[in-house]
Design a protein around this ligand. Structure first.
Ligand SMILES: Nc1ncnc2c1ncn2[C@@H]1O[C@H](COP(=O)(O)OP(=O)(O)OP(=O)(O)O)[C@@H](O)[C@H]1O
Length: 521
C-alpha cells in the first residue's frame, strides 16, 4: 500500500477537455503530498478551489500528475462536505411546515443516505446496494451529538444541527478522503469543539479542511498549505511554517485587499430610507416595531420558545444570541411570517396584534429584508440557471418576499436603478455586476446578499450569519455602514468579529429561559 493519500507532481489543472481551455493556475503545481497519518489545513482565500483540485474535480495534465494512494479500491472515494446552508428548499417557510413530516426524510434516513428514488412518498421506494456500517453509524451519532435528533425531520434541523448531520452522512460512506470546507462557520463554541475533536481524532478517513486567513488553525493540525489564485504559496509542517502563517495573517488582517475608494458616502445611501429624516422625538412616540407578549412555539408538543416577552423599539439594533438549536431562526421566521405560528395575537407588530385578516404575508414582507444561510443556499442553487450579480441585486427590490430571486432588473424604475448603482459602487461590487452569482467568491456572494437586502430600504433588516465567510475588508465596510442604518436590525452571529455593533441583546438559553440586556460589544 502506498504511504500517501494524495500526491501531485508537476500538475496543471483544467476544467474542460478542450485543448484551448485555460489552466486553473498559470504554472504547474510542482509537488504536493498528503501522507497517511497527516492532518492538513488548506488555508487562504482560494482554499475551496484547491480542495477541488485534490478532490479530483479538475482534469490533471498530464493525467498521472494527480495520484491517490488507495486503501479501499481502485477509485478514490472522495467526499466533499460543503456547508452552504441547510437543505436548499423551494421557499424559506418549507422548514417550518410540520405537516410535511410524514413525507420527508428523518435525520436517520438523511445520514444513512441509502434510499434511492422519490422521497415524496411515505413508503421506501428502493435501496441502493451500499451497506451501512451500523457500528460506525452509532459512533458518529454519539461523537457528533446527534442521538437526540435521530428521529427528527431532517428539513427542520437548525443550521448547526444540519452541519453535524452532513458530516456524519459523509463519514458513514467510509471515504478514502474527506474534504471539509469551512467546517466551523456558523457554529457555537460547543459545536465547534464537537466537530474539531471528531476531525482531530478520526482515523477511518483522511480529513482535509479548508480555513480562511482569519481562522485559528486547530491544535491537531499537522500540516498547512497556504494557497492563493496562483496556486501554492507555501506548505509544510505546522511548526515549520509558523512564521509564514503569522506574517501572512498579519498582512491579511491589517490591510487586506483595499477596495477602491467609493464615489459616494454613507449618508448618500441611507438618506433614501423612510426613517432617515424622522427626528428622534417622533421615533420615541412610535409604537414598538415588534413585540412578543408571552409567546410559545412548539414542535409536536415540545416547546422551543416558551412564554417569551420581548419588546423591540423602532430603529433599535439587536443581537439575537444562543447556542445552535435554541430557536433563533424560529424566532426570526415569526418576524417574516414564514412560520405557521406567526399568526398569533401574542405577536404584535407596529402596535397591532397579528391576527389572520388584519394583515398578510406580503404586507409584512414589504418592510422586511434578510440575508441568511438558507437564502444563500437558495441563491446558489438557482444561479445555476445563469442568474447574474446584477439580477441577484435587482431581486432585492421585489417587494413581496426576501426569498424572491426572479429576474427583476427590467422592471426597475429609474430611481431604483440609481439606488442599485450607488450601492454597488459604495460596496465595491460594480465590477461584478455581469458575472454569474455562482462564479464569484463566497465572500463576494455574501456581500451581494447583504447589499441586496438594503436596496428596498426595509424597516426591518434580518442579518442571520450574514457576515460569516466574508473577508475582513468588506465585512468592516458593512459593519461601519450599519452604524448609520436608520431601520431596525436583528443580527444572529456566533463570532464576535462577524457581529456588527448592536444596542441590545436577546439570549435564548432553553425553552422558557432567556436574557435581555444592553450589548456592550
Ligand atoms: N419543523 C420542525 N420540526 C421539528 N423541530 C424543528 C422544526 N424546525 C425547527 N425545529 C427544532 O427547533 C429547534 C430550534 O431550531 P432553530 O433553527 O430555530 O435554532 P437556531 O437557534 O436558529 O439554531 P442554529 O444556530 O443552529 O441555526 C431545533 O432543535 C430544531 O431542530
Amino acid at each position: 500500500m502506498a504511504n500517501f493519500i494524495v500526491r501531485i507532481n508537476n500538475g496543471l489543472f483544467k476544467s474542460s477537455l478542450q485543448r484551448s481551455a485555460p489552466t486553473l493556475y498559470s504554472k504547474p503545481i510542482k509537488h504536493f503530498e498528503i501522507g497517511l497519518q497527516e492532518k492538513w489545513v488548506i488555508w487562504g482565500a482560494e482554499k475551496a478551489k484547491f480542495l477541488d483540485v485534490i478532490g479530483n474535480k479538475f482534469l490533471p495534465e498530464p493525467p498521472l500528475s494527480l495520484e491517490y494512494g488507495l486503501k479501499k479500491g481502485s477509485f478514490p472515494r472522495v467526499e466533499f462536505v460543503k456547508f452552504s446552508g441547510v437543505i436548499p428548499t423551494a421557499h424559506l417557510s418549507a422548514r417550518y411546515e410540520y405537516f410535511k413530516d410524514d413525507f420527508d426524510q428523518t435525520c436517520e434516513k438523511f445520514i444513512k443516505d441509502n434510499t434511492a428514488g422519490s422521497l415524496a412518498v411515505d413508503y421506501e421506494v428502493s435501496k441502493t446496494s451500499r451497506k451501512v456500517d451500523l457500528n460506525l453509524y452509532s459512533e458518529l451519532l454519539r461523537d457528533l451529538k446527534l442521538e437526540a435528533l435521530e428521529h427528527r425531520w431532517a428539513m427542520g434541523l437548525s443550521n448547526g444541527q444540519m452541519r453535524r448531520a452532513r458530516l456524519a452522512r459523509s463519514l458513514l460512506k467510509e471515504p478514502d478522503l474527506t474534504l471539509l470546507d469551512d467546517p466551523f462557520l456558523g457554529l457555537d463554541p460547543g459545536a465547534t469543539d464537537t466537530i474539531s475533536n471528531l476531525i482531530g481524532s478520526y482515523s477511518r478517513s483522511c480529513i482535509v479542511i479548508g480555513l480562511r486567513y482569519q481562522d485559528q488553525i486547530p491544535e491537531w493540525c499537522t500540516h498547512v498549505c497556504c494557497v492563493d489564485e496562483n496556486g501554492i504559496v507555501f506548505q509544510g509542517r505546522k511548526h515549520e511554517v509558523k512564521e509564514l502563517i503569522d506574517e501572512t495573517r498579519k498582512r491579511y488582517t491589517s490591510h487586506n485587499k483595499v477596495a477602491k475608494e467609493p464615489e459616494y458616502q454613507i449618508k448618500d445611501l441611507v438618506s433614501r430610507h423612510p426613517l432617515a429624516q424622522v427626528p428622534h422625538h417622533e421615533i420615541i412616540k412610535m409604537p414598538s416595531a415588534f413585540e412578543l407578549k408571552g409567546l410559545t412555539v412548539s414542535y409536536k408538543g415540545e416547546p422551543v420558545l416558551k412564554d417569551l416577552h420581548w419588546k423591540v423599539t423602532p430603529k433599535s439594533k439587536w443581537h439575537v444570541k444562543g447556542d445552535n438549536g435554541t430557536g433563533k431562526s424560529t424566532l426570526l421566521s415569526l418576524l417574516t411570517a414564514d412560520h405557521p405560528q406567526s399568526w398569533n395575537s401574542r405577536v404584535v407588530e407596529d402596535g397591532k396584534p397579528r391576527k389572520t385578516g388584519s394583515t398578510d404575508y406580503f404586507t409584512i414582507n414589504r418592510g422586511v429584508s434578510m440575508s441568511s444561510p438558507e437564502l444563500h443556499a437558495i441563491f446558489v442553487k438557482n444561479s445555476r440557471n445563469g442568474l447574474t450579480v446584477l439580477e441577484a441585486l435587482a431581486s432585492g427590490f421585489q417587494e413581496n418576499s426576501s426569498n424572491n430571486f426572479l429576474p427583476y432588473h427590467s422592471n426597475l424604475s429609474k430611481g431604483q436603478r440609481e439606488t442599485l448603482k450607488i450601492f454597488a459602487n459604495y460596496f465595491g461590487i460594480d465590477a461584478l455586476l455581469s458575472r454569474k452569482f455562482e462564479d464569484i467568491s463566497v465572500s463576494d456572494q455574501k456581500l451581494v446578499l447583504f447589499v441586496r437586502c438594503l436596496l428596498k430600504m426595509p424597516k426591518t433588516l434580518i442579518l442571520d450569519e450574514a457576515f460569516s465567510a466574508m473577508e475582513t475588508e468588506p465585512r468592516q465596510r458593512c459593519h461601519e455602514f450599519l452604524e448609520y442604518w436608520p431601520g431596525t436590525v436583528f443580527v444572529v452571529s456566533h463570532v464576535p468579529e462577524e457581529t456588527p455593533r448592536c444596542d441590545h441583546y436577546l439570549r435564548l438559553i432553553s425553552p422558557g429561559h432567556y436574557e435581555i440586556g444592553d450589548d456592550t460589544l
